[in-house]
Design a protein around this ligand. Structure first.
Ligand code: PMP
Length: 405
């Protein structure tokens, strides 16, 4: 009976947001949020999104009919080009299929569900340690076994590259490896291009299947091509792979749930036939889960992605967001150095994307919360977007104090 259902634990991130909201202090700082904030700590509607939105509202040809199962075709084809490059042989040879999904989460889920149904061995999926917490829940829910590979080195606050490679070498042949395409969440630590090449080479040797999660393209470095470099390299190397793509951060379309799932088949005589078969199976899974995806966010993204002038403005908006975040990184590091705060703070500027893994321990995090009204996750992750010119001095002072305690 229903009485047998025990209460589930609260989602840690949503619990943190609630504690922040309930704190009456006017000094409080929210560094938990996984969403961009402007210099006034307010959500930011990208000017290009506003423009596309206005155009959509004034377009009499649009209505509220269903999209097709795979979503808005103009959106998925543009999303595809953005990921692999418009001139990619994968597109030319018709060996990439794409479905619009419920943002990145829905894409990760659809990919996981597909692998759990169609992978011949019910494989383990290898996740970086640490990773985005929802990966574990999503892949467990679709019946995949979880495994992990070392990723973050607490001593260097950088990549544990040797540990990662060794784990990939030791994983059973044909394992599924989840890779963050750029701006790793939660650490902000990415492999260099040379390290990606070595990762690809080990994965090729062991016939592993790359499952890319890309939630920060263009948002990380401000350069859409650079932030998709790893995926494009793996595609060039002829891997069969899949990609879960989110447009939440780079368009600021969080609540509109705009994303896509792509499956790229390896080159070969029958690649386009095999890929069409995969597309047909994905469509059946999608049909049973959501019937068809929501239209609004995809219409906005599609308008921008398919119009060269709007696309150029989008790139400008991406540079505004990534530029402000990089400024906050430099500002925080400089302030800690100026104060002589014990420890090395180079990682604040070498890590990229929305998050920084500060290296603060749980006790320090809890002191920041109780004494300084500064909110971050227990693992010491801060959202750089929560910092601004009004609170950065206060935050640096708070860190300096807890580190010296
Ligand atoms: N993957 C990673 C690594 C993420 O950080 C996020 C956003 N927090 C997502 C996927 C998906 O988010 P959304 O469903 O909002 O697109």
């Amino acid at each position: 009976t229903a009485a047998n259902v025990a209460a589930a634990p609260e989602d840690p991130l949503f619990g943190l947001m609630k504690a922040y909201r309930e704190d009456p202090s006017d000094k409080k700082v929210d560094l938990g949020i996984g969403a961009y904030r402007d210099n006034n700590a307010k959500p930011w509607i990208l000017p290009v999104v506003k423009k596309a939105d206005d155009a959509i509202h004034n377009d009499p040809s649009l209505n509220h009919e269903y999209l097709s199962i795979g979503g808005l075709a103009d959106f998925t084809s543009a999303a595809q080009k953005l990921i692999v490059g418009a001139d990619s042989p994968a597109i030319r040879e018709k060996r990439i299929c794409s479905l619009q999904t419920i943002s990145g989460t829905g894409a990760v889920h659809l990919g996981g569900l597909f692998l759990s149904k169609f992978h011949p061995q019910k494989p383990s999926i290898y996740l970086s340690n640490p990773t985005w917490a929802n990966h574990k829940q999503i892949f467990t829910n679709v019946g995949l076994k979880l495994a992990d590979y070392p990723y973050f080195s607490p001593t260097t606050k950088g990549l544990d590259f040797d540990g990662m490679l060794q784990a990939l070498q030791a994983a059973p042949t044909g394992s599924v490896i989840l890779l963050h395409a750029c701006a790793h969440n939660p650490t902000g630590v990415d492999p260099t291009q040379d390290q990606w090449k070595q990762i690809a080479s080990v994965m090729r040797e062991h016939n592993h299947f790359p499952f890319f999660d890309t939630a920060y393209q263009g948002f990380a470095s401000g350069d859409l091509v650079r932030d998709s470099w790893a995926i494009r390299y793996f595609v060039e190397q002829g891997f069969e792979l899949c990609v879960a793509q989110s447009f939440a951060k780079n368009f600021g379309l969080y609540g509109e749930r705009t994303g896509a799932f792509h499956f790229v088949s390896a080159p070969g005589a029958d690649a386009s036939v095999a890929n069409a078969n995969i597309a047909s199976q994905l469509a059946i899974l999608q049909r049973s889960e959501i019937s068809n995806p929501p239209a609004y966010g995809a219409r906005i993204a599609s308008k921008v992605l398919n119009d060269p002038a709007l696309f150029a403005q989008w790139e400008e908006d991406l540079r505004t967001m990534s530029g402000r975040i990089q400024e906050m990184r430099r500002g925080l590091r400089e302030r800690l150095i100026a104060k002589g705060t014990p420890g090395n703070w180079d990682h604040i500027t070498s890590q990229i994307g929305m998050f920084s893994f500060t290296g603060l321990n749980e006790k320090q995090v809890m002191t920041l919360r109780s004494k300084w009204h500064v909110y971050m996750t227990k693992n010491g992750r801060i959202s750089m977007a929560g910092l601004n010119t009004n609170n950065i001095d206060y935050f640096a002072e708070a860190i300096d104090s807890v580190v010296r305690e």
